[in-house]
Design a protein around this ligand. Sequence first.
Ligand code: URP
Ligand code: ZN
Ligand code: ZN
Ligand code: ZN
Length: 477
Amino acid sequence: MRFDKVIRYGTVVTASDTFKSDVGIKEGRIAALAGALTEADEIIDATGLYVMPGGIDSHVHLDQPSGEGIVMADDFESGTRSAAIGGNSTVLTFCMQEKGQSLREALRLYHAKAEGRCHIDVSFHLVVTDPTPEVLGQELPALVADGYTSIKVFMTYDGLRLRDDEILATLDAARRTGALVMVHCENEDAIRYLIGRHEAEGQVEPRYHAATRPIAAEREATHRALSLAEIVDTPVVIVHVSNRQAMEEIRRARQRGQKIAGETCPQYLMLTSEDLDADALEGAKYVCSPPPRDKESQSACWEGIEQGVFDLFSSDHCPFRFDDPAGKLNEKGRRHFRWIPNGIPGVATRLPILFSEGVMKGRIDLNRFVAVTSTNHAKLYGLYPRKGTIAIGADADIALWDPDMQITLTNEMLRHGADYTPYEGLAVRGWPVRVMVRGTTVAKDGHLCDSRRGGSYLHRTLSSLTRNAGNGNRNRG
Ligand code: URP
Ligand code: ZN
Ligand code: ZN
Ligand code: ZN
């Protein structure tokens, strides 16, 4: 067979195997894995490189309304550009339902935001903020059938949070349709109470963001979310877990037989609440929820990645400019942390950080790296085996990694819309020197090299976690 492209002399890494093989690509798909493929229009020399499935980041916020006068720093163009430079070939972003809005109407708006602007493939999770009988009973089943197979619910944030009975109704509807539910677990009432108490003491600087969202507020909400999921027998993903106690809740619920996926993020490995203590308003750069914790929590999150409590390592990229009245330091945010938009940029740094700190420092092996950054995302969110692996018939979504490349991270090189990175000056070993999406090289040596914005919208099948739910087999697959 003659191929469009052949990647030669590389080491292929999947979630389960590591082997020397050439990779033949034809019409955007992987067409051969064999010893010596030579017939091709283009030969890519991957000597000394790892040939991995492109990163799939299943937790990315782009172009979301985030409060009056606040503008998210990335739209679908800049966000997917930055993602590609950081080794990703697919991102799953959020389609946020406004109160009173139908999910269809929300989807129409988000498709318009993304259409023709994406450099890599994208798909949307539905954020349910108004779970009416119409939304849960009519819309959701039709949308799941159309390939919108995951939703997110919030237990915190005014205007987004659902009450427990609303969460139960949403979980119940998800069980009937096979949708996978992601849950943001923090106790809103506790947080609001603590904000009031600190406010009364005049404690309104960014550092008090962390103090008002303590570990117990996350642990309690995690326990409650898992209990609600158990009550209606529905699988859930506990997203952005920041500490050991929340992690232990996941472990225990699994031991009881519940189907659960767990996610953690780079900020919980690399940052602590001390970063929020930075001089004056600098701390605003690190305001995200749950907040970064302490060294012990970092160790716990590493353990969770190593031992399999966490299936997913995602960025929770949610970028706002720092020195900008439409960003972190907006008029009200300068005066009180509660008005600082929550979230930090990280779609480009997720993979290099885990590769460098995890693989190169011997904490995890290459296969685990691929599992938690790509394969598990594809399986849990209904993209597997088209995405998330190097196999014949899969999309040729490939990242070539140079394990010897040493890079010092700077904001400029990340090509996102934010004016800072929390990881400025961090030295990493290993870099994705080429990223392909369906056989087209999108990023190379840190530059975007295909300006056609050829990313596609991905309709998804049911999650590996929900597909077999309700058949009595409640063990983890
Ligand atoms: O602070 C964060 N994580 N902002 C993004 C929204 C969310 O809760 O995931
Ligand atoms: Zn969240
Ligand atoms: Zn508990
Ligand atoms: Zn998020």
